[in-house]
Each structure stands twice: as structure tokens, then as C-alpha cells.
Design a protein around this ligand. Structure first.
Ligand code: RET
Length: 346
């Protein structure tokens, strides 16, 4: 039996969509490359999930977020490798260079669906690492969604008005970079040297890579300067660095950081319910699970106070805290004085 190497995607899923043929489209080389990236994304997802199983459940939050990012990307790249998830759009600039000559260009909208899901997760990875307060996390994510949607709409517009959307998207990116570079960096440093360093590496990589995306957009969907095959390579390399490489770096940075230090107090079934522990003091679990969910806001307290530990914020951040009197020893709360105050306040 002989095996022949064959990528049939372009034959099966042709270059005509809704009756319109895209004359500026990927070739089998582009499709092959997309398949290769799909494979890397799948392997990365399995690796991140495998690593997660080596940790107690309470310590897996960053593994889950990071694995979700590469999982979603695997499906987007599967679509693009299959020559699916695109629509033909009239180009604003008709070029004479044969690789980009024609009237319609394949615009892979599936890319933006991927980014719409994964860029908030990437930001969540970073902003949770920095222990940012949840309103900031939510707002930065909203601005990120604005950036992705403006990129998508701009890519689908044929006229020069596409650049209006592009400008909105770039403004959104500036804001995100500002928050990462200034506010979140300060927060991360306040949480300890190791947290500050993990954030610095991942934040710097993100800032650098994310500024290259609008450049790719400008020469692909925007300006129709480079071919769809080159587009595949340009965005593909960026996505590989921004997802699996970023993810590996982030998880490595987190290897010795307990999420509780970031205000992410998460409890598992083997820890006693804090309601029960309220009645039987001294029997609750390590993390007093009740504090779950207050995580992001907690980080805020600690970082702004400067001198308090992260965990302090937890007990002051909600009614939950009042169910754990007398259990301060088994809490992950650092800094007894604040703990006492917090109990008094709820
Ligand atoms: C667009 C065009 C509009 C202007 C700007 C853009 C930026 C996109 C970015 C995308 C990041 C994607 C990532 C994917 C992960 O794998 C939408 C291209 C500024 C920054 C990190």
C-alpha cells in the first residue's frame, strides 16, 4: 500500500462562496501551513491540559484559560486549513502583482471569531496575574472586543471607509497597551517579585506582538499588498507566539505562584463547606472556599494598600467573609491585623 501526500481542501471547498469567486485566494501551500498551525495548537492544548492535571484543582485556573485559548485557535485554524470561514470581498486597491491581482480577496472572518473569544482570555491571563480589580478587567476586555469587531467590520468593507474602523481599532489597542504597561505592571510588582517578573515577560511579549497585528491587517485585509498565503504565514507566526508560546511562558511564570496570592481563592470539594465550618470552628479547609469569586477585586485592595497581603482584601470584599470567624489560622489570609478588621466589618 502506498500513501500519497494529498491536501484536498481546496478541491473540496472551492474558491466560490455565495456565487462569488475569490480570485485572490490561498493556494495549497497556504492550506498546508494552516494545517501545520492547527496541529501545533492541538498539541499545545493537550500539553496545557496535561500540565493542569499535575496541579491541585485550586491551582489550575491559568492552565484552563490558556488551554481554552489554543483549543479555540485549533478550530479556527482547522477551518482555514479547510479553506472555510471566509467570504470574498472587493478589494479597495487592485494590484498588478500577480499574487494579489484581482477583484475579490478571501477574507477569513473565522480569524476574528477566534480572536473575539481568545483575546479576552489572553487579557484575563495577564490581568489576573497582575491581580487587577474586576471592573478594570471587564472594561479592558470590552475595549478589546471593540478592537476585534472594528477589525472585522473594516475587513468586510470594500471602500476606503474601512480605514475608519481601523483607526477605532488602533485607539482601542493603545488603551489596552496603556493598561498593561502602566497600571497592571504596577499592580503585579506590588504582589511580589515573582509575580512582577511573570507579568513583565508575558506583558512585554503581548505588547510587542499585539502591535504587529494591525500591521498585518494593513498589508492583508486593508491594503491587499501581500498574498493570502503570506497572510497565512504572517498571522500564523503571530498567533503561534501569542498563544502557545505566550501560554507556556505564562504557565512557567506561575509554576510557584499560588493563585490565592493573586486574590484567586478557589475551593474544592474536599475542603469542608465554610457554612459547616462556621458551626465547627477549626474544621474548614485550607482556603475557606467562601472567598471564591472575590478574587479580582481582592488584588485591588492589596495592591493599593501597598502593605497588606493580597489575601487581606478577601475578607473585606463581601458577606462571605463573615462565615469564617475563628478560622484565620487555616485561611490563606496573610496579615492578621487586617483579618481582624475585616471580620469586624462584615
Ligand atoms: C486589528 C485591526 C484593527 C486594528 C487593530 C487590530 C488588532 C488586533 C489584535 C489582535 C490580536 C490577536 C491575538 C490573537 C491571539 O492569538 C483587529 C487587526 C489594532 C491586536 C493576540
Amino acid at each position: 500500500m502506498t500513501f500519497t501526500k494529498r491536501n484536498d481542501a481546496l478541491n473540496v471547498n472551492g474558491d466560490t462562496v455565495n456565487g462569488v469567486r475569490a480570485d485572490i485566494a490561498i493556494t495549497t501551500h497556504g492550506s498546508d501551513w494552516y494545517w501545520a498551525v492547527t496541529a501545533v495548537m492541538i498539541v499545545a492544548t493537550m500539553a496545557f491540559m496535561g500540565l493542569a492535571t499535575t496541579k491541585p484543582r485550586q491551582h489550575r485556573i491559568f492552565h484552563y484559560i490558556t488551554a481554552s485559548i489554543t483549543l479555540v485557535a485549533s478550530i479556527a485554524y482547522f477551518s482555514m486549513g479547510s479553506n472555510l470561514g471566509w467570504t470574498p470581498i472587493d478589494v479597495e486597491f487592485q494590484r498588478s502583482d500577480h499574487v494579489v491581482s484581482g477583484f475579490n480577496r478571501e477574507i477569513f472572518y473565522v480569524r476574528y471569531i477566534d480572536w473575539f473569544i481568545t483575546t479576552p482570555l489572553l487579557l484575563l491571563d495577564l490581568l489576573l496575574t497582575a491581580g487587577m480589580p474586576w471592573p478594570t478587567v471587564m472594561y479592558v476586555i470590552l475595549i478589546d472586543e471593540v478592537m476585534i469587531v472594528t477589525g472585522l467590520v473594516g475587513a468586510l468593507v470594500s471602500s476606503s471607509y474601512k480605514w475608519g474602523y481601523f483607526v477605532f481599532g488602533c485607539a482601542a489597542l493603545f488603551y489596552i497597551i496603556y493598561v498593561l504597561g502602566f497600571e497592571a505592571r504596577k499592580h503585579a510588582n506590588a504582589l511580589g517579585k515573582d509575580v512582577g517578573q511573570a507579568f513583565l515577560y508575558c506583558g512585554a511579549l503581548t505588547t510587542f506582538l499585539w502591535t504587529l497585528y494591525p500591521i498585518a491587517w494593513g498589508v492583508c485585509e486593508g491594503g491587499n499588498i501581500i498574498s493570502p498565503d503570506s497572510e497565512a504565514v504572517f498571522y500564523g507566526i503571530l498567533d503561534l507566539l501569542a498563544k502557545p508560546v505566550f501560554g507556556a511562558l505564562l504557565l512557567f511564570g506561575h509554576r510557584n505562584i499560588d493563585p490565592a496570592r493573586l486574590g484567586l481563592h478557589i475551593h474544592d470539594y474536599d475542603e469542608k463547606d465554610a457554612f459547616v465550618s462556621d458551626k465547627r470552628p477549626g474544621h474548614n479547609g485550607v482556603n475557606n472556599g467562601l472567598t471564591t469569586g472575590n478574587g479580582v477585586a481582592n488584588g485591588h485592595n492589596s495592591a493599593t494598600n501597598g502593605h497588606n497581603g493580597v489575601g487581606n482584601g478577601v475578607v473585606s470584599s463581601g458577606a462571605d467573609a463573615n462565615t469564617v470567624p475563628g478560622n484565620t489560622d487555616s485561611n490563606t489570609i496573610h496579615g492578621p491585623s487586617t483579618t481582624t478588621t475585616a471580620h469586624a466589618t462584615v
